[in-house]
Design a protein around this ligand. Structure first.
Ligand SMILES: O=P(O)(O)OC[C@H]1O[C@](O)(CO)[C@@H](O)[C@@H]1O
Length: 464
């Protein structure tokens, strides 16, 4: 049977090693040094103690998600999904990979994801959508996220003006005695739960991503099948034969050698949103000031997603000849959903005749290999993940692979992959400056801080 997902770590290594690649001997010492950490990680995974996909799923939740999706699919022309960060990125990745590059389905309902606060986008969506024909899904684990709350306030008003039925709204959040739960009760709408221990960036394969998937006609169990396959391989194989271990240990070692940027170069326009999902997962989970034991470690590497072949024509120059601070992950797809063969319409022209008989997917794959080879040749470590096809199991496998890899990396860095203390201060300032009642006591402090900040500006204006 063909592999669902393949991982090649061979080009992180080079004979004898070097500043930029690891040697076989170094890899052996990583296996000896971190094998125990990895086995602990495997036990947590096997016993479903790590709060990531597969630790929380209940059969009855899936049945409920499917039920709500079936009901809304029958009633509505459009669904507007409101969320941000982990409450939107995975959904966008699913829809783009499995339903096409423009994220707007041909069949009912069309799904729209709004994951930013921007009056230009909200105003345009307000004109595109007929709110008499549009269901609303409001996803926020905390219910306190101001961007999603503002979008819900605005679009709920539009929905009500169009005569929308409150009971058809779906809210997905943590349980708690807070605004979003009060709203859900008041509206008497559908309520789906975030499992409390599940952070947004690990929630794509829960009600958060599954409801939109089902609304789009994607069977969420198919995504889970792929996750299960990676899970089995991850918990069974010993470190020396385990791609999760090998990749994680090599990435750790390379980050110690100054490879502080983890580029994810996906060779498919269907994986652009996946790349953005990966950036949140990697960035929020690993970028930590403190270790689990309280030392200042400033852990993490900077994730950067880019698209092949497009970014060969924008970033590759920097990647190849700029600072040696990157490790490259290539993600490609073996079999396109539908490949297109090119004809020999200009046989007399050198620049056009060689395409005859080749397909677009073949060209994309050749260009991926060409980029990999050219980077490796100039001393840049690369790894590659290949998905069998454009299918829900393949995507589920990819999500789970990176979730598990991130948790293993956190174990290696000895940091907590499930918190994000660094984003709090900015939220508090926003709450205080926007006048949230329970932040009034800090308003004066932040306003003074803002004045000082502005005093530090050196602005140079240019007139038209
Ligand atoms: O689902 P919520 O609570 O609205 O949070 C959205 C996002 O905001 C963050 O908390 C960061 O501000 C992310 O971790 C999270 O995915």
């Amino acid at each position: 049977m063909e592999d669902l997902i393949k991982v090649d770590v061979g080009h992180l290594l080079a004979e004898g090693g070097s500043d930029h690649f690891l040697s076989a001997a170094e890899l052996d010492s990583l296996i000896a040094g971190y094998g125990t950490v990895f086995r602990e990680f495997q036990v947590d995974l096997r016993e479903r103690r790590s709060p990531i996909t597969l630790s929380f799923l209940e059969e009855e939740d899936i049945a409920r998600i499917k039920g709500i999706a079936a009901e809304l699919r029958g009633k509505y022309e459009n669904v507007l999904l409101l969320g941000i960060g982990g409450s939107a990125l995975g959904t966008k990745a699913i829809l783009q990979f499995l339903r096409g590059p423009y994220n707007i389905l041909e069949d009912r309902p069309r799904l729209f994801v709004l994951d930013n606060i921007d009056p230009a986008v909200a105003a345009q969506l307000g004109r595109i959508l007929d709110f008499g024909e549009t269901a609303l899904v409001y996803t926020s684990k905390s219910g306190a996220t101001p961007e999603t709350a503002a979008n819900f306030i605005y679009f709920y008003q539009r929905y009500r003006e169009a005569g929308g039925d409150d009971r058809d709204i779906v809210i997905i959040c943590d349980p708690g005695d807070n605004g979003i739960n009060h709203l859900a009760r008041k509206l008497n709408c559908h309520l789906l739960r975030f499992p409390p221990a599940l952070q947004g960036r690990y929630s794509v394969m829960s009600s958060v991503g599954f409801l939109p998937a089902e609304l789009a006609g994607i069977d969420c169990r198919e995504l889970l099948k792929g996750a299960e396959a990676v899970h089995r391989a991850a918990v069974e194989a010993p470190p020396a034969e385990n791609p999760l271990f090998l990749l994680g240990a090599c990435l750790l070692q390379l980050s110690r050698r100054g490879k502080s940027i983890h580029v994810l170069f996906h060779y498919s326009s269907l994986l652009v949103e996946f790349g953005l999902w990966f950036m949140q997962l990697w960035g929020e989970s690993l970028g930590k000031r403190l270790s689990l034991t309280g030392e200042v470690v400033k852990a993490g590497t900077t994730p950067l997603a880019c698209t092949g072949a497009t970014d060969q024509h924008s970033l590759l120059q920097l990647f190849k000849e700029g600072p040696d601070d990157k490790v490259f992950g290539f993600v490609g797809v073996e079999r396109a959903q539908r490949d297109l063969r090119l004809a020999g319409v200009f046989p007399e022209e050198l620049e056009y005749s060689y395409f005859e008989g080749h397909t677009m997917q073949e060209q994309l794959q050749i260009e991926q290999l060409a980029t990999e080879m050219s980077l490796v040749n100039s001393g840049h470590p690369c790894y590659r993940i290949t998905l069998r096809d454009v299918s829900a199991p393949a995507l589920g496998a990819l999500f789970y692979f990176y979730e598990a890899l991130t948790v293993f990396m956190a174990q290696l860095y000895n940091v907590n992959p499930y918190d994000q203390p660094g984003v709090e201060e900015g939220k508090h300032i926003t709450y205080a400056l926007m006048g949230r009642k329970d932040y009034r006591h800090r308003e004066e402090e932040y306003r003074k801080g803002l004045e000082r900040y502005r005093e530090g500006s050196r602005i140079f204006g240019i007139k038209e």
